[in-house]
Design a protein. Structure first.
Length: 234
């Protein structure tokens, strides 16, 4: 079954995020109570549910407990509705990745306490984008090319499995990454925290199973690399 992502509310930020996710071959389900916005989402080619999420049975009808649902985006322009839906979805599924929008630092904390896995603040993203435009335009062009164009360059998160050939190996001892024409961006160590450790920081981190490495490269190179990295130690 195709990986599914549910997006609550067809707001301006929803439209942009939905475009990017659809280009990555996710099946997008838009949930919108407003009839006109539902029609717009349907016209844009999405699977649309014209329902309210104020009731738990409506949330469950979306299949949020199904393993094919990879994430739930809560992107309403109304922060109180976002908070309510985030709380409700988290209560019904303790494991689902929930990404919620916020409009200030206090909202960030509130959404995380409500159960959001990650919080998107469009104002902070906008400020960072302006800074990059002024100071590092080449980096911005690269990111735009990866995220918003038809380029086959991708960023991939790869979780190391137990007995993988990478289990117990130090970052600086890995040569398979460069041999596959990939660039190592960093690692997330689950035992330490959810904080991302950039490879450029110079830390020679030891990789353990359940850690996640992040690499950049062409789609075909990434596919081949994933096959190699899943191989068991001999």
């Amino acid at each position: 079954m195709q990986n599914k992502i549910i997006i609550f509310s067809y707001s301006d930020i929803s439209i942009q995020i939905a475009k990017v996710l659809r280009s990555k071959q996710y099946h997008i389900v838009i949930v919108e109570e407003d009839l006109e916005l539902s029609k717009k989402a349907l016209k844009d080619g999405y699977d649309v549910k014209n329902i309210s999420l104020m009731e738990d049975e409506n949330i469950l009808s979306l299949g949020i407990t199904d393993k094919s649902v990879k994430a739930f985006f809560c992107l309403s322009d109304d922060k109180n509705i976002n908070l309510f839906v985030t709380l409700s979805v988290r209560n019904l599924n303790k494991e689902l990745k929930i990404i919620s929008v916020s409009f200030g630092s206090e909202d960030n904390k509130t959404m995380l306490l409500a159960g959001a896995s990650k919080v998107i603040n469009p104002y902070e993203i906008g400020a960072l984008r302006i800074f990059r435009t002024l100071h590092k335009p080449l980096i911005l062009d690269l990111l735009d090319n990866i995220l918003f164009s038809e380029s086959n360059i991708e960023v991939a998160e790869i979780t190391i499995k137990k007995d993988s050939i990478f289990d117990g190996v130090y970052l600086k001892d890995i040569d398979l990454i460069t041999k596959h024409n990939l660039i190592l961006l960093g690692i997330q160590d689950k035992e330490i925290s959810d904080k991302f450790i950039f490879y450029s920081s110079g830390i020679n981190h030891k990789i353990d199973y359940d850690d996640t490495i992040v690499v950049l490269g062409h789609s075909n190179d990434l596919k081949n690399f994933k096959k190699v990295i899943s191989s068991s130690k001999r």
